[in-house]
Design a binder for this molecule. Structure first.
Ligand SMILES: [Zn+2]
Length: 304
């Protein structure tokens, strides 16, 4: 290529770049002027609850996408801007989103951040150093606290719509009440000798406590922890001793080790559970309520 042609190519490239930036700015201005509150949540579970309470007054976006493990998440280059441009940020807390602190700091000191677990006393990690267990969303009753905190914060930053948020909150709470009662009734059908839930990581301790199942995760409350050979052996022994029929993999965690444990015992893979993420948008499991229904049906069908 001659020098002139190369220069021309550079200029053309620059022109395309500039026009892309201009059109991106145009889109930005458009979404800022649509009058909706921009809410960022760290995980899809919280994002779905924000959508249920915020309805058409809120534009809700999750930083971790569907199927993404929040414990080991590395922020994308676009995440800090997303946080900086939002009106409000919802985090789970209890140590789940250690990668979020820096982004909130760099977004400026006046960013409104709501910890949706505020008011909940956490379970603590038995395998680790007494760290709080972040997976409080698997006690359906605790999700009422999540919903209350979200509605309160949305009303604070958008007072004209507070009656709207409060009506959505009431409707959502009654759905949670039915879900909780249904989950109790379903899980009560599991025979007492099979009431053990074995999963990839300890995401279901709140669930187990609320619905009467013993819970054993191969990893502790975070997938960051290394799997120890002795834990694999203990789990295999437990499955054999108790003649357990099923173990469960999770949609946001690599299933390999649990599949290996299943192959070394008589326990089959009972199915895939939603632990730290809900399912794809537009499917039944793409909501918190749908994901819990899927989990309960999968667990009960495999253990009863
Ligand atoms: Zn987890």
């Amino acid at each position: 290529m001659s020098e002139r042609v190369v220069n021309l190519c550079h200029e053309l490239g620059l022109l395309i770049l500039i026009s892309t930036i201009i059109s991106a700015c145009g889109k930005q201005a458009e979404s800022e002027s649509n009058g909706k509150i921009k809410a960022i949540s760290t995980i899809t579970i919280i994002n779905d609850i924000v959508k249920s309470i915020g309805g058409d007054k809120v534009e809700a976006v999750s930083i971790c996408g569907v199927g993404v493990d929040p414990h080991t998440y590395h922020p994308k280059p676009s995440d800090p801007r997303l946080v900086a441009q939002s009106d409000i940020v919802f985090i789970n807390g209890f140590g789940l989103e250690h990668w979020m602190e820096e982004m909130i700091k760099s977004a400026g000191g006046n960013k409104k951040v709501t910890t949706v677990t505020e008011g909940i006393t956490p379970l603590t990690d038995e395998k680790g150093f007494g760290d709080p267990d972040p997976h409080a969303w698997f006690n359906i009753e605790y999700v009422k606290t999540y919903a209350n905190n979200i509605a309160k914060s949305l009303s604070e930053i958008d007072p004209p719509n507070s009656a709207y948020y409060s009506a959505n909150l009431s409707a959502y709470i009654s759905k949670l009440d039915s879900l909780h009662n249904w989950a109790k009734e379903q899980t009560s059908q599991i025979p007492s000798d099979q009431r053990v839930l074995i999963t990839s990581h300890d995401a279901f301790r709140y669930f187990g406590k609320a619905y009467g199942l013993e819970v054993k995760g191969l990893q502790g409350i975070s997938t960051e922890a290394k799997v120890r050979t002795e834990d694999v052996k203990l789990l295999i022994d437990l499955i054999k001793d108790r003649k357990l029929k099923s173990v469960f993999v999770e949609t946001s965690v690599n299933p390999k080790l649990l599949e290996q444990i299943s192959s070394e015992t008589n326990a089959k893979i009972g199915g895939s559970l939603y632990s730290d993420s809900i399912g794809n948008e537009g499917t039944e499991e793409g909501t918190y309520i749908g994901a819990v229904r899927h989990n309960v049906n999968t667990i009960v069908n495999s253990l009863k």
